[in-house]
Design a protein around this ligand. Structure first.
Ligand code: BTN
Length: 240
């Protein structure tokens, strides 16, 4: 799939491209399937949030076989690859960064997000990128590629570029492990060395974002110099 997905299905409308992939897996599809929809009627974000999915934005899901590695690492593979594919469309005077674990930030505003779900032996990587429109959600200010006047791109073309980048990084991760993914992810990280706030289930942690550890956990240093490993949280970077 290095030149793009073996099978890119383009739909006018579906409930969620992740659910569409799940149904196709049940009918025998597998690694290499990619589904893009112009609109989603029940798009989902992380943590059960709704994902507004108007026409003109990218709503894409890819199916990969889960290799013999921690599946949580796939979040970084997918975020990094998506950022690399989208970065080609971002003029040099704008900053495209990754917010842990895999939100795309353009000039500090949310440009896209990724939702990974398991289905048997497969992972479904759902990718939303605000290409034409930036639906405003309470959690984070949003933006769209259209707002910065980059080169025009067709959504199928963008889908194929992202799928090809994911396949490249997926193979590297599967064959060489997490270390190269981690290093490249850190090179695109938002807010490294700056204050950030992590919203944990029962508390908030504010401190300096030091690094990603070898497992992909966020390492935050609090005001007393204590290092904290965070494996699940909503992150605000920089801290408000
Ligand atoms: C997030 O930032 O919360 C993740 C958003 C993921 C949205 C994409 S759009 C394509 C795929 N289908 C869905 O229902 N969700 C993902």
């Amino acid at each position: 799939m290095a030149d793009g997905p073996r099978d890119l299905v383009t739909l006018v409308e579906t409930d969620s491209t992740n659910d569409d992939c799940r149904r196709r897996i049940a009918r025998g599809a597998g690694h290499g399937l990619a589904v893009r929809a112009e609109r989603q009627t029940a798009g989902r974000g992380r943590r059960g949030r709704r994902w507004e999915s108007p026409a003109g934005n990218l709503h894409l899901s890819l199916v990969v076989t889960i290799p013999d590695r921690p599946v949580a690492e796939l979040a970084f593979v997918a975020g990094l690859a998506t950022a690399e594919a989208v970065a080609v469309l971002v003029p040099a005077n704008h900053a495209l960064r990754l917010k842990w674990p895999n939100d795309l930030l353009l000039d500090g505003r949310k440009l896209g997000g990724i939702l990974i779900e398991r289905e048997g032996a497969f992972a479904i990587i759902g990718i939303g990128v605000n290409v034409a429109v930036a639906p405003q959600v309470a959690a984070y200010p949003a933006t769209a590629l259209a707002a910065i006047g980059g080169p025009p791109v067709g959504l199928d073309d963008l889908a194929r570029r992202i799928a090809a980048a994911i396949e490249t990084w997926y193979l590297r991760w599967r064959d060489d492990g997490f270390a190269p993914v981690r290093a490249a992810w850190l090179g695109r990280a938002a807010g490294l060395g700056e204050t950030m706030e992590a919203h944990l289930p029962t508390t908030r942690l504010c401190g300096i974002f030091r690094t990603l550890d070898a497992d992909g956990a966020l390492v935050i240093e609090d005001a007393t110099g204590t290092m904290h490993r965070v494996t699940a949280a909503d992150v605000l970077s920089p801290a408000p």
